[in-house]
Design a protein around this ligand. Sequence first.
Ligand SMILES: *Cc1c(COP(=O)(O)O)cnc(C)c1O
Length: 430
Amino acid sequence: MSDGPTYGFDTLQIHAGARPDPATGARQTPIYQTTAYVFRDAEHAAALFNLQEVGYIYSRLTNPTVAVLQERIATLEGGVGAVCCSSGHAAQIMALFPLMGPGLNIVASTRLYGGTVTQFSQTIKRFGWSAKFVDFDDLDALRNAIDADTRAVFCESVANPGGYITDLRAVADVADAAGLPLIVDNTSATPYLCRPIEHGATLVVHSTTKYLTGNGTVTGGAIVDSGRFDWSASDKFPSLSAPEPAYHGLRFHETFGPLAFTFHGIAIGLRDLGMTMNPQAAHYTLMGIETLSLRMERHVENAVKIATWLENDPRIDYVTYAGLPSSPYHGRVAEVCPKGAGALFTFAVKGGYDACVKLVNSLEIFSHVANLGDTRSLIIHSASTTHRQLTPDQQRAAGAAPEVVRVSIGIEDAADLIADLDQALTKATA
Ligand SMILES: *Cc1c(COP(=O)(O)O)cnc(C)c1O
């Protein structure tokens, strides 16, 4: 179908990027389980390698099943193109790769997925890159952290572990004034709840592992380009604006205009880093995306019911969910994520660390896993698992205090989830 702006989200999540298979008429997108593609002739091969013609060469670069997913996600986010890769963490490296070089830095929000904090504070140093973490509610701190070597500003829309919403427009204005791209991780919100490009984001990254796939089956990631950033406005982004030595001197921005970042991501990022999504994973994610809006509506509805019930329960100290009027970030919901604040939040159990451990052990429907964004309800006690290496002070700063558990509310019956929490809380606080 031609995916014009006249189609609504529910239509696009099923149709964008897909057309009946030209060879067989297959209505569902086939899994093109192939590594390579036959060239029509030597001229065709040369045109493909010169990027003069768009087509398929080798599945490390492009694959027809993955291409449908790329177009689907780009459309839902309101971007001009997308590159899929093997995980959310791969997507983050792929997003930074064209912008960065040794000695350069990014300025990132302190409120990030734990794995991203580790990737940015430790691993990227091996490439000579670095990250400065600041509180994105303090716009002066953000402005002051940006220096001549900064190449991107990075945050999450609805941030993990829940309860925080970034004022995307304010952050985008600061990035804009500094001539820098804003990269927004939209994993927790999904494009159904939040469309960061409408708030000024340059690039949107996803862990498709989470809500986009939705069933906890495959890992994947995506980088969506808004197509709006002028890579040639300064000399800060030579990989996109100047002759790129890694592609026989091609000038990506001049050649591909708004699609420069996407073409660079495929022709150089996937070619040389190889963090490719496989067609089987793309298939699972395409299946998931078809029901994204339906699932997100139920995720949010359940999260509001359960957070409200918890907040009124005497065994609970506090609940941090931006969907509750008591949250300091509740006022940002209408602007940033008008369809809801997601389904991820934390709550503190009276009785502290021991009560949290007992709660997690006593739940029957909730699964104790290090994941989020599944149809199933999930829970984790970060202080005894993912954050157990940290001191209690560090745990508190990361939103993983000893008395706090994080939940990812699924799409089961809310009444059953509440009953499960009720019986487990009784055991935990006995
Ligand atoms: C899970 C997650 C990631 C990392 O994605 P993987 O697919 O696990 O590599 C990044 N950001 C957020 C917000 C996440 O939830």
